[in-house]
Design a protein around this ligand. Sequence first.
Ligand code: PLP
Length: 459
Amino acid sequence: MAEMESMSMREKDKMYVWHPYTQMSDWLRMDAPVIVRGEGFYLVDDKGDRYLDGVASMWCNVWGHSRREIVDAMIEQAKVLQHSTLFGLCNEPSITLAEMLIKMARGMGKVFYSDDGSTAMEVAIKMAMQYWHNRLGSSSNNNRRREIIALENGYHGDTVGAMSVGYIEHFFKPYQPLLFKVRKVPSPYLYRKGREMSDADYAQYCIDSLEYELKACEGKVAAVVMESGAQIAGGAIIYPDGYQSEVSRLCRRYDTLLVLDEVATGLGRLGSMVEYIAQDSIPDIVAFGKMLTAGYLPLAVTLASDEIFNAFLASYDERKHLFHGHTFTGNPIACACAIANLRLYEEEGLISKVRSSSALMAERLEEFRCYPVVGDVRHKGMLAAIELVKSNREPLIRLSDGKRINYAIMEEGLKRGLFLRPLGHIMLIVPPLAIGRDELNMLMDKALDVVDVISRLAC
Ligand code: PLP
């Protein structure tokens, strides 16, 4: 017992904590920092070392850490009401936040609260399925809308429904027996399309493939489900101009719902507050999460149009209500945190700041292109991806010293005071949205150093 008492936090972590998306046998050999504090755009560890937060703490941090106005809002709310359920009661922060979101998200009429992006997408899928069920009734079996179409390389979270629509083979294969069938159509991953086709032709091929499925299953498709603006976890695939609006147009033409996932791409990440508006597309249902609370507390929302919502109105015995809810649905502290965050977006003109930081990022990213290991650089807003490849464009998985590239990227980053979490051979740079020019330049310098080391170890 006395031995346990004398263990360091790093040792105790290895003893007790199971980390997400982590091969724990490797983890046990690593010396990962224990973060004890967040200071602006830095994370500070148990040894006092500081790391620039290069992935915005999994793509959610907006203002850096410990932003006073938001922390104060959480504390003030925590003093008066910590939690009260939305099952049968209302609370002020959830009402105020819903009003703000509906004013922001054109075409949406109602906000449904949940706790994280995965559950917000589960709610979205359930809403879409039940919308048709409520409209068509269970007896009209021939007309039942059962099919879902989703994009290859899409990712929507780790719960069973979210894994089904966002199936990524090398993540989810063991869970396949649990998953429902979804029709997949190609996504516009232009770098991997093969060199014989032009970008425009490939984007058109993706659209045509979707139209083919919609036509083949006409009257049977409940929804097309996709990330809005870009697919991040599937490889930081940024949609070409006009692609999403064309998908939206097809959904209208074939009378199918469009469910958009803005969990990672909305609220400024790609340079617009609401990405579907920037993409000139019209969803029926849309999910937001991550940056909603500035990355400080778990909260996500699923917004639905009035048309969707109205299909759930009926007499009680028809049982058309939405059978979904979580213990912490509409939690007042999380909602107060989101309100303070969204007010700061306005007060500080964050979106125009993001646009000028994005221009700086674009300029700095040019420096990465001169390395032969850099196959492709993709960038939009405050999201950048550097795809590291062999000379034949195959993903660079291992370096000459036998080390896996993802570990090498993380270790080399940490050595330089930068926290990065790559997607395998794809280095992601996803800074907190409000990062200043100096810190952004520093981040890009450090990331460039990491690519320099990787490039020397690649041969
Ligand atoms: N949807 C998208 C597009 C995501 O990128 C993620 C997470 O990265 C999710 C949903 C799931 O969100 P969460 O991890 O909060 O469950």
